[in-house]
Design a binder for this molecule. Structure first.
Ligand code: IPM
Ligand code: MG
Length: 362
């Protein structure tokens, strides 16, 4: 049976990086006979310009019908402060995450040995690094209410948001983390702020409960401030890290630099079914948009995750990842991961090289 993949470019460097990931997906689709059908849609700022909403109705229908969605990035200065909050490009991304109940965000931070020198950290600290950050994506302070800006009696304005997690929300993301850990290094580090926040006290309690069903997995807890520090002091102590929406947003950006560049960090956002939304963890980089210099590898590796988690094509996913590793072996680098003695290439040249390596694989 054919599977339906919705492809959306988004804003900024989105069109450039998606073009390369699409080339790779099409190549692997043909080579491995995966039977993927591609559909296009719009999400983010350009969707707002065209349809008056960052997550237009038309996209909603396509998204609900898709087996998997591949996405570029949202946002740019041209939309900053110009529209109401719920119509901002970022709101489109939050809407689709919520609409499809994509609660489990997997962000693997893996350092390719070829890039250990590209990280601002010492190569020996990051060589061989393989962390999986499991970020809760549809709850917490991103979605909690009440929220807003109100005027106090003294006339001063006050902004407020609410961090909320129910037991069931904590439990389901906990299970995702423990299931993943069972297939990897068998360690889960749950990150919270239980020394200050009640929501974190409950988070910790539920994680302990979930852990009882996984006797072979070791659970530890860490406060988020310490976790931020440990990620740069001794990142290889971690296997799976599980955390809430806001802490996960911050820690995954931090972890991305361990891999050499934020341009190397893919992500998968999954719901209870096999439907998933795949995007690079980085943003729309408006400063370099349209120049053909962006690194497409995070998006290409997101496409590999798409094949693995939503299409059930794990072998094809491995092939795409092997092709990425091969182009790095060949010394090809986009600007963000460039180092002495390597060959600097454009976004499209990098994509073409991955396709070539993929087609050459037996
Ligand atoms: C991310 C991004 C988004 C987030 C923004 C663009 C809304 O930073 O996916 O990490 O905060 O979740
Ligand atoms: Mg982020």
């Amino acid at each position: 049976m054919s599977k339906n993949v919705l492809i959306m470019e988004g804003d900024g460097i989105g069109p450039e990086i998606i073009a390369e990931a699409r080339k790779v997906l099409e190549a692997v689709n043909d080579k491995d006979g995966l039977g993927l059908d591609f559909v296009e849609g719009m999400l983010g700022g350009r969707a707002y310009d065209k349809h008056g909403h960052p997550y237009p109705e038309e996209t909603r229908e396509k998204a609900r019908a898709a087996d998997a969605i591949l996405f570029g990035s949202v946002g740019g200065p041209q939309w900053d402060g110009k529209t109401e909050r719920h119509l901002r490009p970022e709101a489109g991304l939050l809407d689709i995450r919520s609409d499809l109940d994509l609660f489990a965000n997997l962000r693997p931070a893996i350092t390719f040995e070829q890039l250990a020198d590209a990280s601002p950290l010492k190569p020996e600290l990051v060589a061989g690094l393989d962390i999986l950050i499991v970020r809760e994506l549809t709850g917490g302070i991103y979605f909690g209410g009440p929220r807003g800006v109100r005027t106090l009696e003294n006339g001063e304005r006050q902004g407020f948001n609410t961090d909320v997690y129910s037991e069931s929300e904590i439990r389901r993301i906990g299970k995702v983390a423990f299931d993943a850990a069972q297939k990897r290094g068998k360690k889960v580090c749950s990150v919270d702020k239980a020394n200050v926040m009640e929501v974190s006290v409950l988070w910790r309690e539920i994680m302990e409960e979930v852990a009882k069903d996984y006797p072979d997995v070791e659970l530890s807890h860490m406060y988020v401030d310490n976790a931020a520090m440990q990620l740069v002091v001794n990142p290889k102590q971690f296997d799976v890290m599980v955390t809430g929406n806001l802490f996960g947003d911050i820690l995954s950006d931090e972890a991305s630099m361990l891999t050499g560049s934020i341009g190397m960090l893919p992500s998968a956002s999954l719901n209870e079914g096999s439907q998933g939304f795949y995007e690079p963890s980085h943003g729309s980089a408006p400063d370099i948009a349209g120049q053909g210099v962006a690194n497409p590898l995070a998006t290409i590796m997101s496409a590999a995750m798409l094949l693995r988690y939503s299409i059930g094509a794990g072998e094809s996913a491995n092939r795409v990842e092997a092709a990425v590793s091969q182009v790095l072996d060949q010394g090809l680098r986009t600007g963000d991961i460039m180092s002495e003695g390597m060959t600097q290439v454009s976004t499209a040249e990098m994509g073409d090289a991955v396709v070539k390596a993929l087609l050459a694989e037996s």
